[in-house]
Design a protein around this ligand. Structure first.
Ligand code: BGC
Length: 749
C-alpha cells in the first residue's frame, strides 16, 4: 500500500461500513484496522516534548489502548517554550528526530505534537506547550520539529487547529477573531509548518471559531487548511472534540478520536438518504490510507541510543535557559561555598502536566549536578502553599553560612487550567526576601513554562536564570550554565511583562462565559508593547550572555525589490568578550507608512551563530516577498504595498543594532475602491481618483479660499447632493459629479 493507485484499488474494495470505521478510533490510542484487506491500525500517542505511551501496547500486541497503566520511560525534552528560547532550529529538529526514533521503538505511528497555539495572554495554561508569541518563530520551530519526527517514518500531528489559546472553557468557548488577526497571528504557524514540512496530521481544536466548532468548521478545515495551505494529511479531532459527527465529516474532519463513536449506522443512513456524499467519505478514507502508507516506513524498529538522546535534551535545555539578570557578574560561579535552596532543586519541574506528562529514563537532579562543581549545603526553603517559619529560618541559616545562594523557584502549568496571575508563589517570594536579608548574593533559577512577574523579586537578587520546564537534562544543563561550562545563549521567545494588567489581552482573557473576543487583534505579544512604546520587564528576544557581541556591516543584496524577488540580508557579528558563546540575532521588518495599520516591526527571520572570542562571522538570511506582506481583508489575501521598508537587525526587539532602508515596487494595489460613502478628501488624496475629484471641485468653484471648502472635503459623497442644495448650487448635477468621481470618468460639462 505505497502508492495512490494502490490506495484507489483498496478504496474500491472497502465496504461503506469499513470506510467509516477507518475514520474513527478503536479506543484511546489506536485507529481501526481492516484486517480483511491487510490495512493495519495506527497508534497515536502524546506529545509534544517527548513520547508518552503505555507499556506493551504496540499495534502488534493486540491489547486495546488505555491512557492509564504503566508508562514506557522515554526522553523528556524541554517544553516547547524552552525549545523556542534556544532559537536553534537544528537542535529542535534533532529533538524531533530523537522523539521519532523513540516512537518507532514503542510502535507509535503518530506523535501528537507539536503545539503551535498562540500566547494571547501569559496566563494561558498550556503556553509552555507552545513555542512563541511570534508566529514566525512558532512556524519555524514547528517545521523543524516535524521534519525531525517524520524523518523517522513517524507522523507529526500539529495542534490545536485553531485559536485554542486558553484552557478556560476550552471545550465550549466561541473565539471571535477577525480575518486579519487569524491569518497574521494564529493561523500563520500552521500555514508555515504545513508549507515547509508537510505534517501528516493536524489536530482540530475543541473550541468554536467565529461560531462553529473547529472540528466542524468548513472555512478552517476545507477552505483554508486543505485548500489554501495545501494540507494533504489527516485532520484528527482533539480527544472527544466531536460534537456532531455528521457535521464534522461533511466539513473536513477525517478522523475522530477516541472511538468507537457508535455512530457509524447513522452515517451509513445519511449516505443512503443522500445527506452525506459517499465521495466525501472516500476523500477522508484516501487521506487515512495515505497516512497508513506514509507510516509504513517507520514500522521497523531501530535501536535507540538513549545516552545520545539525553545529550540532545541537555543541549536543548542549556541553549534555552535565559540569563535575565547578572549584576556584578555574579555568574558564572566559581568553586565557592554555595547554598542551594528550594524543593525544585531536588524535585525539578522537568515536564508538563496533563497530556504532556512524561516519564524520563534518566533525570539529572540540579542539586546533585551542582554538587559536582562546588561544596553545597541544601535547605528546602518552602513547601507548596505552606507558610513555614521553620523552613524560612533553616533556609536563612544555610544561606548565611555560604558565599552565594542559589534559590530554585517556579510554578506548575497544566493543560485544563489557565493561570490566574503571574505571581511567584507567596512562600517563594517570602523565602527570597528572607534570604536576601542575610546574604545579598542570590541567583534565582526559575522553572516555569511561561512568563512570571519578576518585579516581585528582581530587586532582591543579583542573578536570574529562567530555565522553563527544562526536561530530563535540567540538572546538568543548569549546572553547566551556572558554572560557565556553557555560555548562556537563550533568549525570550515571549515577552515577560511588568505586570498582568499591561498585557494585551488583559481585559478580554479568558472572555465572559462562552465568548472570547480577540479585541487586541494583531497587537499581541511584542507587537503590542513595541507599537505602543510600553515598558516590559524583559522584552521579546532578550537574553544576556557571559560574553559580548558587536553587530556591524549590514548589507542588502538590493535597495529595490519587486514581487517574486528575494532579498539577501547580510551582517557581521563579532564576539568581543572573553569566552566562546552563541548569539541569536533577530531580523525585523518595518513598514513605516501603510494603507492599513501595521505593528511597528515584525520578526521575519533569525539566526544563531557560535563564535570564539575575537571571532567574526557573517550571517546571511533571505527574505522573500512574504516578509513584507500583510493580510488585507478586503482583497482576501496577503499583499505587499509599494513604498519604503526598513530592515532592522536586533539582539532583542528593543535592542536594534543595525538598520537599512529599501524600496519595494509592488504590483499589488491594497487600496479598497472608494464608494459614495467615502469622504471627498479621500477622493482627493487617492491618486486613482484625485484628478476627477479636482475637476469636480473646480466645477463647483471651490478652492481653499471658499468658506465651504472644508465642509465639502470633510463630507461623504452621499452628503454632497444635500450640501449642493444648501449652497444653492443646482443639485441635479450631484449625481453626475458622484458618478464621475466613483467611476473615474472625466467630467464633461
Ligand atoms: C489534548 C491534546 C492531546 C489529547 C490526547 C487532549 O486533551 O488537548 O493535546 O493530544 O488530549 O491525549
Amino acid at each position: 500500500m505505497t502508492d495512490m493507485k494502490n490506495i484507489e484499488t483498496i478504496l474500491s474494495e472497502l465496504t461503506l461500513q469499513e470506510k467509516l470505521s477507518l475514520l474513527e478510533g478503536a479506543d484511546m490510542g489506536f485507529t481501526n484496522p481492516v484486517e480483511r484487506l491487510g490495512i493495519p491500525k495506527l497508534l497515536l500517542a502524546d506529545g509534544p516534548h517527548g513520547v508518552r505511551v503505555v507499556k506493551g501496547t504496540s499495534p502488534e500486541s493486540g491489547e486495546p489502548y488505555t491512557m492509564n497503566g504503566e508508562m514506557e520511560a522515554a526522553t523528556a525534552f524541554p517544553c516547547e517554550a524552552g525549545m523556542a528560547a534556544a532559537w536553534n532550529t537544528d537542535l529542535v529538529e534533532a529533538a524531533g528526530k530523537a522523539i521519532g526514533r523513540e516512537c518507532r521503538a514503542f510502535g507509535v505511528n503518530v506523535l501528537l505534537g507539536p503545539g503551535v497555539n498562540g500566547k494571547r495572554s501569559p496566563l494561558g495554561g498550556r503556553n509552555f506547550e507552545y513555542y512563541s508569541e511570534d508566529p514566525h518563530v512558532s512556524g519555524k520551530m514547528a517545521a523543524a520539529f516535524i521534519r525531525g519526527i517524520q524523518s523517522e517514518g513517524v507522523g507529526a500531528c500539529i495542534k490545536h487547529y485553531a485559536l485554542n489559546d486558553q484552557e478556560t472553557r476550552r471545550m465550549s468557548v466561541n473565539v471571535h477573531a477577525d480575518q486579519r488577526t487569524m491569518r497574521e497571528i494564529y493561523l500563520k504557524p500552521f500555514e508555515m509548518a504545513v508549507k515547509e514540512s508537510q505534517p501528516w496530521m493536524v489536530m482540530g481544536a475543541y473550541n468554536k471559531v467565529n461560531g462553529s466548532f473547529a472540528c466542524e468548521n468548513n472555512e478552517l478545515l476545507n477552505e483554508i487548511l486543505k485548500g489554501e495551505f495545501g494540507f494533504d494529511g489527516v485532520v484528527v479531532s482533539d480527544w472527544s472534540a466531536v460534537k456532531n459527527k455528521l457535521a464534522c465529516v461533511k466539513n473536513g474532519l477525517d478522523l475522530q478520536m477516541p472511538g468507537p463513536s457508535g455512530q457509524i449506522p447513522l452515517l451509513m443512513k445519511a449516505v443512503e438518504e443522500g445527506a452525506l456524499d459517499e465521495e466525501t467519505v472516500d476523500e477522508h478514507v484516501r487521506r487515512m490510507l495515505t497516512l497508513i502508507s506514509r507510516t509504513a516506513a517507520g514500522k521497523e524498529s531501530r535501536a535507540v541510543d538513549w545516552e545520545a538522546h539525553h545529550d540532545i535534551a541537555v543541549r536543548l535545555a542549556e541553549e534555552g535557559i535565559v540569563l535575565l539578570k547578572n549584576e556584578e557578574h555574579i555568574l558564572p560561579l566559581k568553586k565557592e561555598k554555595l547554598a542551594v535552596i528550594g524543593e525544585l532543586a531536588r524535585h525539578p519541574n522537568f515536564a508538563g502536566n496533563g497530556s504532556s506528562t512524561l516519564f524520563p529514563r534518566k533525570l539529572d537532579i540540579p542539586l546533585d549536578e551542582i554538587g559536582r562543581y562546588a561544596q553545597v549545603s541544601y535547605a528546602a526553603g518552602y513547601r507548596n502553599g505552606e507558610d513555614s517559619a521553620d523552613l524560612l529560618r533553616e533556609a536563612a541559616d544555610t544561606a548565611k553560612a555560604a558565599e552565594k545562594v542559589l534559590i530554585f523557584v517556579g510554578n506548575i502549568s497544566s493543560e485544563g487550567m489557565d493561570h490566574t496571575d503571574l505571581a511567584f508563589p507567596k512562600e517563594q517570594v517570602d523565602l527570597i526576601r528572607a534570604v536576601a536579608e542575610v546574604n545579598p548574593n542570590i541567583v534565582v533559577v526559575t522553572m516555569s513554562g511561561s512568563a512570571m512577574e519578576y518585579r516581585q523579586i528582581e530587586a532582591h537578587v543579583k542573578g536570574i536564570l529562567h530555565a522553563w520546564i527544562p526536561g530530563e537534562g535540567c540538572g546538568r544543563a543548569i549546572a553547566r550554565i551556572l558554572f560557565g561550562e556553557t555560555c548562556p545563549s537563550g533568549k525570550l521567545s515571549e515577552t515577560f511583562p511588568v505586570c498582568l494588567s499591561n498585557t494585551p489581552a488583559y481585559p478580554d482573557f479568558p472572555g465572559f462565559k462562552d465568548d472570547v473576543y480577540y479585541n487586541e487583534g494583531i497587537l499581541t505579544g511584542y507587537r503590542f508593547y513595541d507599537t505602543r512604546a510600553l515598558n516590559t520587564q524583559y522584552p521579546f528576544g532578550f537574553g544576556l550572555s557571559y560574553t559580548e557581541f558587536v553587530y556591524s556591516n549590514l548589507r542588502l543584496s538590493s535597495k529595490e525589490l519587486r514581487n517574486g524577488e528575494e532579498l539577501k540580508v547580510s551582517f557581521d557579528i563579532t564576539n568581543t568578550g572573553s569566552c566562546k558563546g552563541k548569539e541569536a540575532a533577530q531580523i525585523y521588518v518595518a513598514d513605516p507608512v501603510s494603507y492599513l495599520f501595521r505593528p511597528r516591526k515584525e520578526l521575519k527571520a533569525f539566526a544563531k551563530v557560535e563564535l570564539e572570542p575575537g571571532e567574526t562571522k557573517t550571517v546571511t538570511v533571505t527574505l522573500g516577498e512574504e516578509a513584507f506582506a500583510y493580510y488585507v481583508p478586503h482583497i482576501h489575501r496577503f499583499a505587499v504595498e509599494s513604498g519604503e521598508f526598513q530592515i532592522l537587525i536586533g539582539a532583542s526587539v528593543e535592542d536594534i543594532r543595525l538598520s537599512e532602508a529599501l524600496v519595494f515596487h509592488s504590483g499589488h494595489d491594497v487600496r479598497a475602491p472608494l464608494t459614495e460613502s467615502d469622504l471627498f478628501m479621500e477622493f482627493m488624496d487617492d491618486n486613482r481618483y484625485s484628478e476627477v475629484a479636482g475637476q469636480v471641485l473646480e466645477a463647483l468653484h471651490m478652492d481653499a479660499s471658499s468658506p465651504f471648502y472644508h465642509l465639502v472635503l470633510g463630507g461623504s459623497l452621499n452628503q454632497l447632493k444635500d450640501l449642493l442644495g444648501f449652497l444653492e448650487i443646482d443639485n441635479s448635477m450631484g449625481d453626475v459629479f458622484i458618478s464621475c468621481m466613483v467611476n473615474r470618468t472625466p467630467l464633461q460639462i
